[in-house]
Design a protein around this ligand. Structure first.
Ligand SMILES: [Zn+2]
Length: 61
């Protein structure tokens, strides 16, 4: 798994699934992508382009 920060402060995660495919999940966009083409370069490119601020998820008190 990898995690790449975007310029807006979100994080693009890259997970490797048990079947060998990769999924990408951006905390700015939400469930961003699931694609056979996802890889670390894909995530890095998205991190460079994504300007969405991260969702507050479940951090709020
Ligand atoms: Zn994004």
């Amino acid at each position: 798994m990898d995690a790449i920060s975007t310029q807006a402060g979100a994080i693009v995660f890259v997970y490797k699934d048990p079947d060998g495919t990769l999924s990408s999940d951006c905390t700015g966009c939400g469930e961003y992508a699931w694609t056979l083409a996802a890889d670390h370069d894909f995530a890095r490119q998205h991190a460079a382009e994504c300007l969405r601020r991260p969702h507050p998820l479940r951090l709020a008190a």
